[in-house]
Design a protein around this ligand. Structure first.
Ligand SMILES: Nc1nc2c(c(=O)[nH]1)N[C@H]1C(S)=C(S)[C@@H](COP(=O)(O)O)O[C@H]1N2
Ligand SMILES: [Mo]
Length: 251
């Protein structure tokens, strides 16, 4: 069976091979030839990486679920606003999608829970040295983005969260490859229950090909932007800004 990755790799190798044999015939100077060879390598590697990034994260079965899905970082956002939402069971929580979109959205939790849903059992890996397997249910992010209509200059999504962590607003960002990945969901359910407060109620990002800190909890607003430089300290997320964590935390 030809996998998509294998196919793209062999097409790239084939095209590069043709190009280089053509150059050999006209005896191109060595500088140009090594440039072509490195460009060929770059293209192949870039295409491999892009193809890899569409691959699914491993999914597990109910037998693999961790007995408890632990919470990390903020366990409940501070402040009267969040407390009122919690007491009201998030009936008035709105998710805003704005920025570089054709149709800004403001959706209630009822609307989001009524959308087509995806359920997946995946492993969460935190850089602090723990992992847990949980079953997540939520709306595929790409359906929300289709509703909002990303403008052609949108490059990233910024997730604005309701909590502050060590005196800074928690936020995170991803690129559009992860945004449209089939396992990227805005989760409102964990292990068959509504998402607990400690795990990000009422809505948190699951971006399964990335490390734990990218999975923004307490999401209130998703902003489509063309660059990350104008937000927070400019590195694309709380941990990136304040603790030098990598922005791209692919696993
Ligand atoms: N808003 C917000 N999102 C967050 C965090 C946080 O403190 N605030 N912590 C991050 C980290 S480091 C991890 S490992 C996961 C933890 O998710 P959990 O609490 O469901 O285990 O959420 C991530 N998303
Ligand atoms: Mo983490």
């Amino acid at each position: 069976m030809i996998t998509r990755r294998g196919l793209i790799g062999s097409l790239a190798a084939g095209a590069g091979g043709l190009l280089l044999s053509g150059c050999n015939r006209i005896n191109v100077n060595p500088g140009v030839r090594s440039l072509l060879q490195s460009a060929e390598g770059l293209t192949m590697r870039a295409q491999r990486i892009i193809a890899d990034r569409g691959d699914l994260a491993r999914e597990f079965t109910a037998a693999d679920l961790s007995p408890v899905f632990r919470a990390n970082g903020t366990r409940q956002p501070a402040g009267a606003d969040y407390e009122a939402h919690r007491l009201g069971r998030f009936a008035d929580w709105r998710l805003t999608i704005d920025g570089l979109v054709a149709r800004p959205l403001s959706l209630s939790m009822a609307q989001i829970r009524a959308m087509p849903r995806r359920t997946q059992i995946t492993r969460h890996d935190c850089v602090e040295g723990w992992s847990a397997i949980g079953q997540w249910t939520g709306a595929p992010l790409r359906l929300l983005l289709d509703q909002a209509g990303l403008r052609s200059n949108a490059r990233y999504l910024i997730f604005h969260c309701a909590d502050r962590y060590a005196q800074a607003d928690y936020y995170e960002s991803i690129d559009l490859i992860d945004a449209f990945h089939p396992q990227t969901i805005l989760a409102w359910g964990l292990n068959g229950q509504l998402l607990p407060v400690a795990n990000g109620a009422p809505l948190r990002l699951r971006v399964e090909r990335q490390l734990g800190y990218k999975h923004a909890k307490y999401v209130q607003r998703i902003e489509a932007v063309d660059s990350l430089g104008r937000h927070g300290l400019g590195k694309g997320g709380y941990w990136e800004d304040h603790h030098d964590y990598a922005w791209y935390a692919g696993i």
